[in-house]
Ligand binder design. Sequence first.
Ligand SMILES: NC(=O)c1ccc[n+]([C@@H]2O[C@H](COP(=O)([O-])OP(=O)(O)OC[C@H]3O[C@@H](n4cnc5c(N)ncnc54)[C@H](OP(=O)(O)O)[C@@H]3O)[C@@H](O)[C@H]2O)c1
Length: 252
Amino acid sequence: MKDALGSVQSLLVLGGTSDIALATARRLIADKTRRVVLAARPSERLDAAVADLRARGAEVETVAFDAAQVEEHEKTLGAVFAGGDIDVVLLAFGVLGDQAADEQDPVAAARVAQTNYVGAVAAGLVCAGALKKQGHGSLVVLSSVAGERARKANFIYGSTKAGLDAFAQGLGDSLHGSGVHVMVVRPGFVESKMTAGMEKAPFSTTPDAVADAIVTGLRKGSEIIWVPAALRYVLSGLRHLPRPLFRRVAQR
Ligand SMILES: NC(=O)c1ccc[n+]([C@@H]2O[C@H](COP(=O)([O-])OP(=O)(O)OC[C@H]3O[C@@H](n4cnc5c(N)ncnc54)[C@H](OP(=O)(O)O)[C@@H]3O)[C@@H](O)[C@H]2O)c1
């Protein structure tokens, strides 16, 4: 339960090694969050994240979680909620895939959708049900500007984010009045391990900047945030460009 000042006491991260999620966890811990649960695939990176967050004063637990294994979500995530209330769930897992290779390998392309969309639908519904049962909490969903209008260079990933974004908006509306809040986060290009080695795109941002925007959005009870905020206006223009013009503008 949030304290009297509205500070987040407990955080569950789905995709517990995400750079954006860990930057957000660090921000929240600096602002009084004490219980952090990292749901993630076991790895050295996860161990390092646990050590770092503990050193910042949080009680950190981990649960083995593979987003693509949807049959396991109810049991795995149900156990987390059974261990105590969760104020904020941050749905952060995702894979970019390799568009050119995946176009030639439909099974690999489907794996991107299985993680980013199918996994998020299952995990999102499990967490939404648990938050509703406890009567409060926020579900923060990492969507992307890539879902706003699919580009030829990255339409497999973009389409998974479009589906995820629509799912999260509908879920938020269905939970309106229940005490549970859903916030959709639409970052542009973020310099994280997901984009390591890639050429920066215009309006590039950082995990810390996304984390700041998430914390501010949580305080305000925002339903959709763009990071950086100016992307909202850029994408609103791009969304309405005629197809031939969009194909020329969105070369990469
Ligand atoms: N970076 C960007 O430019 C950008 C822009 C807009 C939106 N986003 C979205 O923001 C979210 C976080 O991305 P990020 O930038 O923080 O990148 P990141 O550091 O690569 O984080 C993505 C995380 O997803 C986890 N993951 C992938 N497949 C998984 C699975 N099957 N089960 C459990 N976890 C899985 C990875 O964990 P492992 O350690 O197990 O691989 C990784 O830690 C993603 O949803 C991404 O699509 C990113």
